[in-house]
Design a protein around this ligand. Structure first.
Ligand SMILES: NC(=O)c1ccc[n+]([C@@H]2O[C@H](COP(=O)([O-])OP(=O)(O)OC[C@H]3O[C@@H](n4cnc5c(N)ncnc54)[C@H](O)[C@@H]3O)[C@@H](O)[C@H]2O)c1
Length: 266
């Protein structure tokens, strides 16, 4: 590890085996952060950790003991935890009347309970550590919400009700945690739009099938509505995460920021 990296902030990312989480891990590592890569999928977790030559901690965020172990192993390796990014999440596309209790429990189990358990484990540690620097908070927590958690979402709202409810809950949890932990820890949420990852490929496959249109069409229809004229890359999300983790955002807490090319304006 380079001397610069040895001094960088310690950033743990859940769901970092692929997609947005992997882009976040790469971006922070590229800026000299000491990154801890975590994912329920051991193979992808290890692959990304090896790529970044850093610590990988396989963890299922729906288990409190996994979240605690992630924090403990981070602190054992690097001495403290500066930024926790609660990114792990799942998506399912299914019409409202076809959803059952299992679908509901699984969705809210990963996206809400998992985010809560990760946040709680991180906050417990951060509250007991010194400030990041004089006059700064003791730690920062970033939550991965979505514009799907905002009001109104077009026709897709009918086929992702449990996902939308889960992301609205993440936005609410962000606000409660921001109040609970101010001024020691800042808690903010990121609300991406249409990010080109495996998650959206699965959504496109299922939504195109539901509409009876060729694969790829659902995605193209959604992207055509983006004022900025293109789909979002995971790196777009990483840029906002790096800002929120930086001293420039130390006075922000409890905020949920849309980064979606202008799809949702508030
Ligand atoms: N892709 C988008 O358009 C989009 C838009 C808004 C918000 N988001 C959110 O961004 C986050 C990442 O999405 P993505 O597009 O990279 O998805 P993805 O499916 O490509 O990656 C999600 C990662 O989370 C991991 N994961 C799933 N369940 C887990 C669990 N229980 N414990 C730990 N890890 C688990 C998966 O193994 C995977 O590596 C999610 O919270 C998602 O809801 C995505």
């Amino acid at each position: 590890m380079s001397p610069a990296a040895a001094e960088g902030p310690v950033v743990a990312v859940t769901g970092a085996g692929q997609g947005i989480g992997r882009a976040l891990a790469r971006a922070f590592a590229g800026q000299g952060a000491r990154v801890v890569v975590s994912d329920i999928d051991t193979a992808s977790c290890t692959a990304v950790a090896n790529e970044l030559q850093t610590l990988g901690v396989p963890a299922d965020v729906t288990h409190a003991e996994h979240c605690t172990a992630l924090v403990e192993r981070t602190v054992a390796e690097f001495g403290h935890l500066d930024v926790m990014i609660c990114n792990a999440g799942i998506m399912q596309l299914k019409p409202l009347l076809e959803l059952d209790g299992k679908d509901w429990d699984r969705m809210l189990g990963v996206n809400v309970k998992g985010s809560f358990l990760t946040l709680q484990a991180a906050a417990r540690r951060m509250l007991s550590q010194p400030p990041l620097a004089e006059g700064r908070p003791r730690g920062k927590i970033l939550m991965m919400a979505s514009i799907a958690g905002r009001s109104g979402a077009g026709p897709i709202a009918a086929v992702i009700p449990h996902y939308r409810a889960s992301k609205a809950a993440v936005i609410s949890l962000t606000q409660s945690a921001a109040v609970a932990f101010a001024p020691q820890i800042t808690v903010n949420a990121i609300c991406p739009g249409l990010v080109e990852t495996d998650m959206w490929q699965r959504m496109d496959r299922d939504w195109s099938a539901l509409q009876g249109v060729p694969r790829g069409q659902a995605w193209q229809q959604r992207v055509a509505a983006v004022p900025m004229g293109r789909a979002q890359t995971p790196d777009d999300v990483a840029d906002l995460a790096m800002f929120l983790a930086s001293p420039a955002a130390d006075y922000m807490t409890g905020q949920s920021i849309n980064i979606d090319g202008g799809l949702m304006m508030s």
